[in-house]
Write a protein that binds this ligand. Structure first.
Ligand code: ZN
Length: 250
């Protein structure tokens, strides 16, 4: 038996009446859990729905190849993020977050931060008052930072300038170069930041969690931030995401 807190980030039908849910957990990263009769049972229904955060009690079964299968035993909901499910656009965005989390298959030391980022982002998405696009940029960029892709944002890698009118980030090399030192500004992988955008990027990558969501930016900067975090995400993951395409269509 294993007791842990988990966030449901995926569900699919399994067998005649059962379902398999994907849980994001601090202790084990992403795990799949089989819920017997999960499509019918009222008992398990509320806390095995998408985006429910709950305390789960699971049974473990070790297979011949030493992998572990998890079976749902009981649960106690902690937070349902109910408003997300009432809004198609927010649901689509949360599904994109779930796909990114599944794809990143984060586990180990970073899980405290990944869990905190995910629950905080869903909290503000559910509560309202934050721009969806800002939440998306924060989630995309900070998730990759926490899972090993945080660029070195101290300053220009050649002259060590901490700030400049232009800072170039190359997606492929991962290097930051100022406008004076930049070696390949015409590269397809080059992204140019002005002082404000560089400050925003640094803030999202490095600030502590209790201040991460407490800023606002103009529409112009949001568009530029979105363009950067989306291409950074696609580059690091090496793919584009269908759930993001769907979100953008709405
Ligand atoms: Zn420089």
């Amino acid at each position: 038996m294993v007791d842990l807190d988990g966030l449901v980030i995926g569900e699919r039908d399994s067998g005649e009446t059962g379902k398999t849910i994907t849980l994001l957990t601090k202790e084990l990263g992403c795990i799949h859990v089989y819920v017997r009769g999960g499509r019918k049972s009222k008992k398990s229904l509320s806390s095995t729905q998408l985006f429910c955060y709950a305390a789960f009690s699971l049974d473990e079964k070790r297979e011949a190849n030493n992998s572990v299968r998890y079976f749902y035993n009981s649960s106690e909901p902690k937070k349902l993020f109910y408003n997300i499910r009432l809004d198609a656009k927010k649901t689509a965005l949360a599904c994109y977050f779930a796909e990114l989390l599944t794809y990143s298959s984060a586990e180990g030391d970073c899980m405290n931060e990944v869990m905190r980022l995910t629950l905080n982002t869903l909290y503000f998405l559910d509560k309202g008052g934050h721009d969806n696009e800002l939440l998306r940029s924060i989630f995309e960029f900070r998730l990759l930072c926490e899972t090993g892709f945080r660029p070195n944002l101290i300053g220009c890698c050649h002259c060590y300038a901490v700030e400049a009118d232009e800072m170039h980030f190359n997606l492929k090399s991962g290097l930051i170069e100022c406008g004076d030192c930049v070696t390949n500004p015409d590269s397809l992988y080059d992204v140019c930041f002005d002082r404000t955008l560089f400050h925003i990027i640094r803030y999202i990558a490095l600030v502590e969690y209790d201040r991460l969501f407490s800023f606002k930016i103009s529409e112009v900067y949001q568009r530029r931030l979105t363009a950067f975090t989306e291409s950074f995400c696609e580059y690091c993951c090496g793919k584009s995401f269908d759930t993001l395409k769907f979100y953008k269509m709405l």
